[in-house]
Design a protein around this ligand. Sequence first.
Ligand code: TRP
Length: 332
Amino acid sequence: MENKKIILSGIQPSGSATLGSYLGALKNWASLSSEFECLYMVVDMHAITTRQVPAELRKLQLEQLAQFVACGIDPDENTLFIQSHVPAHAQLAWVLNCFTMFGELSRMTQFKDKSSKNAENINAGLFTYPALQAADILLYGTDLVPVGADQKQHVELTRDIAVRFNGVFGDVFKIPEPYIPKVGAKIMDLQTPTKKMSKSEVADGGCVLIMDKPEDIMRSFKRAKTDSETEVRFDQENKPGISNLIQIYSCCTGKSFEEIENEFAGKGYGEFKPCVGEAVVELLRPIREETERLLADKAYMQEVYRKGAEKASYTANKTLRKVYKKLGFIEK
Ligand code: TRP
């Protein structure tokens, strides 16, 4: 294998990908393949830690996979796969469960967060979610894990688990690091601009999905929460709403904040908001259309995930065999 560093990340198919996930993650992932060996997966096994509707889950997985490709992540240069297609993830997760402490899992903010939101379904899978994520990462000798700030804690726990395992059994796992890309933008909710844009808040128009229709995107931007002033000026602290729109417009057009402030000097929010909406519509249009085109080609989609699973399984099974041997399991 080439001597490139290994990058791995995953996206939950628990909802459609957002403008935030495109600008903050997917867009950058496409550019990493020249420098790194990249694996990206759709984490269906993580998704079922909260209740999913099977038909919907099936649809969202394929949509996410198609979106990887539509965002420019070439399936020949990258390994794109579905987590449950590589059983080694579940197998290593069990082992790592036995090297992860109850206290550690109890301290995970995502667990605390999700259990307060799903008080009626605080299941064991939700609790041990980070051990499965650690398995995802450690199976491939991953060097870098591109994630948002909210996932840093899980990558740190992965490191602790790996160090603990290596401490007992020798050098089995590579110790990964979180990778927060320099250019990654953090896009905020359009209705609550102090909160990250999230697919779980679709209902109030604060969240824009990659697959949204142009008229819905326009409506969301026209209704975006701003402040009581009129000046288009970047000021994260005092004007979080307008600053978020400036950031989004900048990502779409490549213009600097200053250029944008000059462009809209004296024009007010009423003119600015629809311009941002239009820029987003045009940014997402080719991705949405390409995603739809790919989804219609079932044979191609199948070829992508089958080839991806085959490539991933090779490395994953090698790691799993090594782990089993270290543990004292008998090879069959
Ligand atoms: N937990 C991640 C999230 O919610 C998704 C994920 C699962 C992941 N496995 C991963 C991210 C491995 C990075 C690496 O966003």
